[in-house]
Design a protein around this ligand. Structure first.
Ligand SMILES: NC(=O)CC[C@H](N)C(=O)O
Length: 232
């Protein structure tokens, strides 16, 4: 299975995403934002970072990059797409998932090992988790506050489209503690915390809770591998 990671000008976590994919056992394919070419990949990751310097709004300019034409087309056909942090911001700007991300309510960039509750396992990126499972992965952003209109929020909740919720601490004022959402079909998932930074023992979160494994993030990438094997 081939999983592509798109690099944009200002991407920061593309290499870690490629490494996470390899550690999960898939072939990692580096893609460039300026090309209209997905190189035949089976799944896609939009990585974290500061694409276009976060000018305008984080993810807004990247969402108009040439390759996004192909990403939007593939997502519409059911290809698994994961947006991590800046990638989640791009998914929201491209309307591939609902809602938007705004500056953290306290106004500061924040970095912490963050506990999350897995709310929806019916996606190719979360199928390896248990419903309600608590995981710990790193969070690091300045514009992580999840917003949506009252109607859209009610729809997300009512239709079970909230994929992850902050547990214990809401680090940025996100409505309903929402840390990640999925699209209606389930193939597109976006979240603010970073699974690709928690894939190897000793290099991930260092909280006591996470010492259970420190590799909760790897399940995202092993899940998508499993999803495609089952579909094949
Ligand atoms: N880690 C990231 O991807 C950061 C995302 C974005 N640049 C922000 O600060 O909100």
């Amino acid at each position: 299975m081939r999983v592509g990671v798109v690099t944009f000008p200002g991407s920061l976590d593309d290499r870690d995403a490629l490494r996470a994919i390899r550690l999960a056992g898939a072939e990692a394919v580096a893609l460039w934002h300026g090309e209209h070419d997905l190189q035949g990949v089976d799944a896609l990751v939009l990585p974290g970072g500061f694409s276009y310097g976060d000018y305008l709004r984080a993810g807004a300019i990247a969402s108009l990059s040439p390759i996004m034409t192909e990403v939007i087309d593939a997502a519409g056909k059911g290809m698994p797409v994961l947006g991590i942090c800046n990638g989640f911001q791009m998914l929201a700007e491209a309307h591939l998932v609902s809602g938007g991300l705004i500056r953290n309510d306290h106004g500061n960039f924040i970095r912490r090992d963050q506990a999350l509750r897995v709310e929806n396992t019916d996606t190719p990126w979360t199928s390896g988790f248990e419903q309600g499972q608590e995981i710990v992965i790193p969070l690091k952003n300045g514009e992580g506050g999840f917003i949506a209109s009252a109607d859209e929020l009610a729809r997300l909740e009512g239709e079970g489209l909230v994929a992850f919720r902050y547990e214990g601490v809401n680090p940025n004022g996100s409505l309903n503690d929402i840390a990640g959402v999925r699209n209606d079909r389930g193939n597109v998932v976006g979240l603010m915390p970073h699974p690709e930074h928690a894939v190897e023992p000793g290099f991930g979160p260092d909280t006591a809770a996470a010492m259970r494994s420190g590799t909760d993030g790897l399940t995202f990438f092993s899940s998508v591998l499993q999803a495609t094997v089952l579909a094949a």
